[in-house]
Design a protein around this ligand. Structure first.
Ligand code: SF4
Ligand code: SF4
Length: 252
């Protein structure tokens, strides 16, 4: 299953949505601005976490994945209600399975996609302010920023909702609408960088088989005669590993 399929949600929404969100994905800007991108010490492309949080807020209706009480995956569409001081906020009503799952596992995986196949995903621990006064303040703030919520939860009904936020985690930005694709990772709140994908090891004999096989054209032969994967354009499909006659392509 490729990233486009992974990022598809189950559709129906959980009722914490907004009636103004359906068109929001069309309005997210045209791509990651160069100012949001940089290279880390390993040469990998990184993207500003704040840009990605705002991207998810602009998409608004995004898929939130959790784990249910049987240990099975569960997913639904939930609104990103606000982004503030490096935190991504969402709400859930106390009667929903989503609320129970978040309270039990305190962890979510989030993904949002625009109609032109730009995607941000984020996974990390969830914080839940326990103070009732703080909960009311946050719910009121959410309703200020998302006026259509008052139609779903008029009057004091809003206080059946509770606010949660994510301020630590790992994520990635993808632009799958261009060729070759662009990908850049980010860290929210200072967690260590997780690296995935493939690298070419010392066993490379420079035959070029992987260069021809790569669907994104993102393998180059260096002056040392060895292949190198340009990580920011890599699909992580693994074809290079399958075709390499020397077994030189390794997961990292
Ligand atoms: S995993 Fe290998 S074959 Fe697939 S896109 Fe990346 S470099 Fe190319
Ligand atoms: S197929 Fe394997 S040995 Fe050949 S260039 Fe690619 S990594 Fe090197």
């Amino acid at each position: 299953m490729d990233e486009r399929s992974e990022s598809m949600d189950e559709g129906a929404g959980n009722g914490e949505g907004c009636t103004e969100g359906a068109c929001c994905a069309q309005g997210v800007g045209e791509g990651a601005p160069p100012t949001a991108l940089r290279r880390d010490e390993a040469g990998d492309l990184r993207i500003d976490a704040g840009f990605c949080l705002q991207f998810l807020r602009d998409v608004r209706d995004v898929a939130f994945a959790t784990v249910d009480e049987d240990g099975l995956p569960a997913v639904r569409v939930v609104d990103v209600m606000m982004v503030d001081e490096g935190r991504l906020y969402f709400v859930a009503s106390r009667g929903k399975a989503f609320y129970d799952q978040v309270m039990r596992t305190r962890f979510v995986a989030i993904v949002g996609q625009t109609s032109d196949f730009r995607t941000c995903r984020l996974r990390g621990p969830v914080e839940h302010p326990d103070d009732p006064a703080e909960q009311r303040r946050l719910v009121d703030r959410v309703f200020e920023l998302n006026p259509s919520m008052a139609e779903l939860y008029p009057g004091d009904a809003r206080y059946v909702l509770e606010a949660f936020f994510v301020e630590h985690g790992q994520g990635e930005y993808f632009d799958l609408g261009r060729y070759p694709l662009l990908r850049a990772s980010f860290t929210l709140g200072g967690e260590p960088v997780e690296r995935d994908g493939f690298v070419v090891g010392a066993g490379c004999i420079g035959c070029g088989t992987c260069v021809d096989a790569c669907p994104q054209g993102c393998i180059v032969l260096g002056e040392d005669g060895r292949a190198r994967i340009v990580q920011e354009h890599c699909l992580r499909c693994g074809r290079c590993r399958e075709v390499c006659p020397a077994g030189a392509v390794e997961a990292r």
